[in-house]
Design a protein around this ligand. Structure first.
Ligand code: FEC
Length: 307
């Protein structure tokens, strides 16, 4: 039997319990311990949604779902691994396990649909570094996969199902993605263009015209420098208080899972801001381990193998 190919699914990771938060946050801050006020804020956000965030369970379910789909389509050809950026099991642990399992060909697939030097490339750099320790191991990086039809239709199908709501003149759809420091985009990173590409593709597939939706940015980090805007909380508030909107439909298309940025930033922070401005929020479901997301990942893997 030929040797299987490893699929290394790489995700952000989330603290499993309160005592993990400091180390996790220190890793995100490139080894710098967070000052107490920032630490307290983050602990407060995790406590509000309850630890662990659903992300831990969902990343594992995505791995298992992809493994089952690949086993069905190509028995014995692929083995799927999970490697995280900021908490165990780390990307390096997964690569070491792949080597221990005697596999020498690795597809690196970041669970972030748009490419960015800050997300996708950072995942790949961590994986490449770990792969270098295993002579003879081949690494095939996947850059971005936002333009897969299954993913686009996952979002647009939900909007079509809410057509009665989205067609009302006092409803606006807000597409959003994680903000990034502006300097990264100014340095030529394609992330923003890819997010714009996905929001337009979803809107087109859902039959929305340009007046019915807007793209905004969410979850900017707590750093001093400017991040991509406008922020979705301000956009939503202005739409209600200045443009007469009553309902905001939120579609966090830049993410694929219920995580802190969805369960807190959307379901609590955005919802509260909209409610205090006098409007209501309807939030679209995240792809999580849905058949559409698993089919998308399966296609990405198959295309990479064919290269
Ligand atoms: O559910 C969870 O527990 C994890 C949620 C989580 C996801 C996530 C995704 C992305 N981030 C990206 C960029 C940055 C940059 C910084 C930054 C900071 C944080 C902090 C937490 C956090 N991020 Fe995150 N991110 C998640 C959680 N992120 C917690 C620290 C507190 C804070 O600043 O809010 C700023 C730090 C730095 O300079 O490095 C930049 C990007 C993504 C989407 C792509 C991906 O998933 O990899 C980009 C989920």
């Amino acid at each position: 039997m030929t040797e299987p190919t490893a699929v290394l699914l790489m995700a952000y990771g989330t603290p499993y319990q309160e005592s993990d938060i400091k180390g996790y946050y220190t890793n995100i801050r490139h080894g710098q311990e967070p000052p107490k006020p920032l630490m307290d804020q983050l602990v407060g956000r995790y406590k509000a949604i309850g630890l662990p965030s659903p992300l831990a369970r969902i990343t594992t379910a995505q791995r298992d779902g992809l493994q089952a789909a690949l086993d069905k389509a190509h028995p014995g050809a692929y083995k799927v691994y999970e490697g995280l950026k900021y908490i165990a099991p780390f990307i390096k642990d997964a690569v070491d396990q792949i080597a221990a399992d005697g596999i020498t060909r690795v597809i690196g697939l970041p669970l972030a649909p748009q490419y960015s030097s800050y997300s996708s490339e950072d995942y790949h750099n961590r994986a490449r570094k770990a792969v270098e320790a295993h002579p003879g191991m081949e690494y095939l990086p996947v850059s971005s996969w936002w333009n897969h039809q299954e993913l686009i239709h996952f979002w647009s199908d939900q909007l079509v199902a809410k057509k009665d709501l989205t067609d009302r003149p006092d409803t606006k759809v807000i597409f959003s993605a994680h903000s990034l420091p502006l300097r990264i985009i100014q340095g030529g990173d394609p992330y923003k263009d890819e997010v714009i590409g996905l929001s337009n593709a979803v809107a087109q597939a859902a039959g929305l015209n340009e007046d019915q939706y807007v793209l905004a940015w969410q979850s900017a980090g707590r750093t001093q420098e400017p991040w991509i805007g406008p922020d979705f909380v301000k956009v939503a508030k202005d739409l209600i208080t200045e443009s007469g909107m009553k309902t905001i439909v939120s579609a966090s298309i830049g993410f694929i899972a219920d995580n802190l940025e969805i369960c807190y930033d959307v379901d609590m922070e955005l919802a509260k801001a909209i409610e205090s401005a006098g409007g209501t929020l309807t939030r679209l479901n995240m792809p999580n381990d849905s058949p559409a997301l698993i089919a998308t990942l399966q296609q990405v893997v198959e295309e990479t193998k064919a290269e």
